[in-house]
Design a protein around this ligand. Structure first.
Ligand code: HEM
Length: 411
């Protein structure tokens, strides 16, 4: 019976790797302490960047209740803000995967240790560990599947990733409060303490703990160098070989930069976008005006150098947009001095972001445009011809393409 018991994962003797130990785990834990915290904060900022409390159309997790306590009016500057926060969110998430897996590997014996609960406190700690490990795997997996564009989970990404993140981070904070003092003590201690992670009958070492940590670091470096390029144009983007928006630019010339959804994917009917057929409908305090591209061109044109920053974490460098300021369009319908919020509707028939709302500070910013041209040339159909929204520091999904209608005023 004793021999049989020692062959079960619940027996410390079952785990033979000489690498496991409190110091190995402590190093990985402290790296995750910083990394996960940055991930959570940049994730919360990603949600705030939608201005979800402005209009239900911007909010994919409307039942959030108190979890929206921190929301604020997303600023328009610096114009690279969302490019930075979401770029960090996704690239750091991918870079941390080897660390997360090594950490889970290093503590897996504890998952099987018996008895399941020695006391109420121990039982609570074990339940929080299940939420921690389950939450981590779930949040990372939904994130990776989302950016790799093969999101197979039943149910929308937003609530799953958002609520998964809160459950995970709550368990993470509880875990950190319990374990950080232990981890720091282990790292300061001259000799490794006896611990249930240390195998009583280790196999001969094939690599040292330091070597194993270098391997994990190497794995993270590999994830970083094969993904971070997604946030830069040109040769750097070519290095992002593991990213759907890595590799060569999709086209050449002024409209040759990265595209998220094409006109064909969005179900744009070319007959509706022709010079003769298309009219932008602008509604506000004084009524409605209809403008074709020719009339829009006769309005004062302005330019702005702004990036496209996608919620999936990829982005472009600044593109040179030209068109009519949103605040000038607001003035056309009675908002001369006080540009209000605006509700934007697209011609697109598919996609969660056929319409979106922009806050007054975004409308008022002189760089916020209804763009007709980019990099000195008319927008291509895939970049939103006949006209698209471009607002500094806003997530790509709120820079609506193929704009059909703008409704200024109370949303
Ligand atoms: C490899 C790991 C991860 C990837 C690739 C990833 C990816 C993403 C993406 C693409 C979004 C934006 C979704 C959108 O607006 O369309 C997002 C949002 C978010 N992420 Fe992650 N994420 C990862 C890990 C995490 C972790 C570990 C946490 C929590 C600790 C987290 C918390 C959040 C939050 C709170 C949001 C906002 C959700 C929303 O807008 O509804 N993410 N993440």
């Amino acid at each position: 019976m004793r021999d049989l018991a020692s062959r079960l994962p619940s027996s410390p003797g079952f785990w033979r790797s000489p690498l496991r130990g409190p110091r190995f785990t402590a190093v990985l834990g402290l790296v995750l302490l910083v990394g996960i915290t940055v991930l959570f904060v940049t994730g919360l900022l990603s949600y705030a960047a939608y201005n979800p409390d402005l209009d239900p159309v911007n909010d994919k997790t409307p039942d959030k209740g108190l979890l929206g306590f921190y929301l604020f009016a997303w600023p328009t500057g610096p114009d690279w803000l969302y490019r930075l926060t979401q770029g960090v969110h996704v690239t750091l998430g991918l870079t941390l995967i080897p660390v997360l897996l090594a950490k889970l590997w290093s503590v897996v014996p504890r998952l099987f240790s018996l008895p399941p609960a020695r006391s109420l406190a121990h039982a609570l700690e074990r339940i929080s560990l299940l939420l921690l490990v389950g939450g981590a795997l779930f949040t990372f997996l939904t994130g990776v599947l989302n950016i790799q564009l093969d999101y197979v989970f039943p149910g929308s990404f937003y609530p799953l990733h958002f609520y998964g993140a809160w459950v995970f981070f709550a368990a993470f904070v509880a875990h950190a409060a319990l374990k950080v003092p232990v981890a720091l003590r282990n790292l300061r201690a001259m000799r490794e303490e006896r611990d249930d992670l240390v195998s009583p009958r280790p196999d001969p070492p094939t690599v040292s703990r330091r070597g194993a940590l270098w391997l994990v670091g190497g794995g993270s470096l590999l994830m970083f160098v094969t993904n971070a390029g997604r946030s830069f144009d040109g040769p750097l983007r070519e290095t992002a070989v593991l990213s759907p928006h890595g590799g060569p630019e999709p086209g050449n010339g002024p409209n040759g930069f990265q595209i998220n959804k094409t006109a064909a994917y969005a179900g744009i009917d070319p007959a509706e976008t022709s010079e003769d057929a298309w009219r932008l409908v602008v509604t506000g305090r004084t009524g409605t005006v209809r403008l074709g591209r020719a009339e829009l061109r006769r309005l004062e044109q302005h330019s702005a150098a702004l990036p496209i920053a996608c919620v999936e974490g990829w982005s472009t460098s600044d593109q040179w947009w030209r068109g009519v300021r949103l605040r000038d369009l607001a003035a056309l319908v009675g908002f001369e001095d006080d540009p209000p919020d605006v509700f934007v509707e697209s011609l697109q028939r598919r996609g969660a972001f056929r319409s979106g709302a922009l806050r007054a500070n975004q409308v008022a910013d002189p760089r916020s445009l209804l763009a007709l041209d980019v990099n000195g040339e008319a927008l291509s159909p895939d970049h939103g011809y006949p006209a698209r929204i471009i607002v500094p520091a806003a997530p790509g999904v709120l820079n609506t393409k193929w704009v059909a209608r703008l409704t200024f005023g109370d949303l």
